[in-house]
Design a binder for this molecule. Structure first.
Ligand SMILES: C[S@@+](CC[C@H](N)C(=O)[O-])C[C@H]1O[C@@H](n2cnc3c(N)ncnc32)[C@H](O)[C@@H]1O
Length: 353
């Protein structure tokens, strides 16, 4: 990655030469480098706000219930057959994180050309049993390439910045529940620098690999405390600590300005949603913000979880509309300040009532 034109390799540490790239975006072998600075009004393009004016008037009967993703990965099915039991939730996260990390680590163009080359060889020698597996692999690589590398719809920095903008915080303490690679805490830290982000995940692999190996040259567009303008932040320039623990065990009081989760509450069936949502209130200072996102119910997300089932579907998962997500949060004692959809997720900002 060091040879990419926008990579940190070109910069001398501590300088702000990153700013010369501010109009550009380019696609690397694993992900998109996006240095484009939108005007504050352009940010509205990246979030479709979906106004529910009075959440107390909304009824479940009118908005329906979330869609459950039922087709589980072969990996989960094999584990359950071998163990004669349902996979424990934590094991399902451990398998998910290893699989997802492998996808983020792929040099996608190289992998696609390797699979295409092998496919051509197998077709030429009539090995049809191998052909269908390779075809499936190529379809997954194409979906991953488009969704993550080209469209940037998983990290979605422009959508996330549109969702996170305008918070009334200074040098905030941020708590990320179920942090995985910690992306959104880093994006928040870049936008609201000078504070501290505490990342929590009970899967040690997230600390060592997903966060531990997160690319240092990834550019987080954020705020320059010295000039008041923009600057690019990199992972090692941020004040973060990673705690490996269950979010049910955290020792904190009400001490955070922002508590965030990304793709967490849709993994809790309805009987556990109040507890999942309460984690976002428990550690918030008075006046603090809870930020939550969940994958949206849309044909594109359904297609993604269908084609990528073997890579992704280890855990209980729902796809929902932003109205359904907001209802859960409103019903569990929050006022909703902003809600809308970004590329692949619903997002909302809320405060405890
Ligand atoms: C679906 S991931 C969040 C999506 C994330 N953006 C990603 O890229 O994978 C949820 C994360 O929460 C963690 N998690 C789930 N339940 C947890 C718990 N009770 N305590 C701590 N971490 C938990 C999982 O290990 C997983 O890494």
């Amino acid at each position: 990655m060091g040879t990419h034109p926008s990579s940190l390799g070109e910069y001398s540490e501590g300088t702000m030469v990153d700013e010369v790239h501010f109009e550009t975006t380019s696609v690397g072998p694993q992900f998109r480098y996006d240095f484009r600075v939108p005007n504050s009004s352009d940010l509205d393009e990246f979030i479709i706000e979906n106004p529910v004016r009075d959440w107390s008037t909304l009824r479940w009967a009118d908005i329906g219930r979330p869609f459950r993703v039922e087709n589980m990965s072969d990996g989960r099915r094999a584990w359950e057959e071998q163990n004669g039991d349902t996979m424990p939730v934590k094991t399902s996260w451990e398998m998910f994180n290893r699989s997802f990390h492998e996808w983020f680590s792929k040099d996608v163009p190289k992998e696609r050309s390797r699979v295409r080359h092998t496919l051509a060889k197998q077709i030429a020698t009539f090995r049809w049993n191998k052909v269908s597996t390779l075809f499936e692999e190529l379809t997954q690589l194409s979906i991953w390439n488009f969704a993550h590398r080209i469209q940037d719809s998983i990290w979605d920095p422009r959508g996330k910045r549109a969702l996170f903008r305008g918070l009334d915080v200074e040098k905030p303490r941020i708590l990320f529940l179920g942090a995985a690679e910690g992306y959104e805490a880093m994006q928040l830290s870049a936008m609201y620098p000078g504070g501290e982000a505490v990342l929590v995940d009970y899967d040690e692999f997230c600390k060592t690999h997903r966060y531990g190996q997160f690319p240092e040259d990834y550019p987080f567009l954020g705020h320059n405390l010295q000039t008041g303008g923009h600057r690019i932040w990199h992972k090692s320039q941020m004040n973060t600590q990673f705690i490996v623990d269950d979010i049910r065990n955290l020792p904190f009081g009400k001490e955070f300005d922002i508590v965030i989760s990304v793709g967490l509450i849709e993994h809790f069936p309805d009987e556990f949603k109040p507890e999942a949502i309460d984690f976002h209130r428990r550690f918030l200072k008075p006046g603090g913000y809870a930020i939550m996102t969940t994958p949206k119910f849309h044909w594109k997300t359904r297609l993604f979880y269908h084609v990528m089932a073997d890579a992704m579907n280890y855990t209980y998962r729902e796809l929902m509309t932003v109205q359904q997500m907001g209802m859960y949060v409103f019903e569990n004692g929050f006022n909703i300040l902003r809600h809308g959809v970004i590329k692949s997720h619903n997002g909302l900002i809320a405060k405890p009532r």
